[in-house]
Design a protein around this ligand. Sequence first.
Ligand SMILES: [Zn+2]
Length: 441
Amino acid sequence: MTVPVDTLRRPRIKPEHRPYRTIDGNVRIGSVIHGIGAEIEDPQGWVWTLVETMDGTREPSAVVGEVLRAHPELPDLTAEDARQAMADLLDAGFVEDAAAPVPVSERERLRYSRGVPLLRWMDLGPRTSPWDAQLRLRRARVLLVGVGGTGGYAAQSLVASGVGRLHCVDPDVVELSNLNRQPLFRESDLGRPKVTAALATLRALNSDVTVTGERREIRHPADLAELIRTGAPEAQSEPKRAGTPQAPNEPNQAAPPQAPNDPKQAGAPEVPYPSRGSYDLLVLAADRPDDIRRWANRVCLAADLPWVDAGYRGPLVTAGVHVPGRGACWECLRAGEVARRELRLAPGQDDGVASPHLPWNPATAVTAGLSGGLLAHAALALLTGVPALDPGFRFGMNLMLPGDPVLQRSPRRPDCPVCGDGPVDGATGAGGATGAAGERA
Ligand SMILES: [Zn+2]
């Protein structure tokens, strides 16, 4: 995306990117965080004048005039030089329009007054408004499968951050053994369907978000495909199908009537990976059945739906960022990881033997919180484009080796049974070995 400098009324360097001058006269801008900051050589000193003048009080032509006036000793410096430097700074994401209108209510401006500056800080694309990313989030429609530890923390983050719509799916009831790590539930929720308790907590957290849910178990890839296809209940013209498990005495799970604010969404920027279907993103935080990630990979590829997943295997916490057609799919990554780990398996031996497969799921509030936090970060990045991620990878951390960051990235495999060049197995293909060695949510 290109934003011409002259569309900015009063350009300024983003406050979070405040520049300073190094001892050798260079201009450092964008903070010294790796991945954001830049250093600009400035032997004549006019770049420093430029960034100081871009303080949000002048229009672009006045900035240019000020720079030329301040440097009469540089007869070769032209207005075009200064304007081009301003355009380069804008393209690099260091500039915003101080006069851009705030396109949200006062309530939203206050509620998101700490989150929007962080998005602005991480956003390296040229934007007309620092609220662009927040508006993309507000129009986003998310399907969340699993509201336990990972899913609970992720849901909390997404709802607190102001996602537009969140539909939650989970088959379980709240048990005492959940309460060491699942943030949406209280002792008073024991025995209640998780989805019922989760909806109450999430709606109380942010009533501006449309939170819906259903108690439902995914037993087959077709269940997941149907969920994705049908969308959230309030979007349906008919009541839920017979046979969809609903807990007795469950409160009405439909959206509160005042929730959708579509009129406000008119003209809002699109999410980076627009979807044709009912959702913009699947957030997978379930660990049952064992093959659910494999199913999600195939179903989402068939539906052209971006998805993220996260979980833990003991102290190893990871999240995956997947966009159909963009880089390696989940199965490509998994095959690459099995090769990388050099498990020294015999031919035909399943990689599941290399990891303990337990009837319980070792986890604490720390591993679930990290897992859910990484999952929410991946979701927010795909929905807002901030930060811009190149999909097709897993990232995370190993709590046993905090200095050893986890990054799994492999090229797409031409022989991948899902995204490879051969015939595609399709959404219903559950094939392959079990995902026993995969992370748990
Ligand atoms: Zn693949």
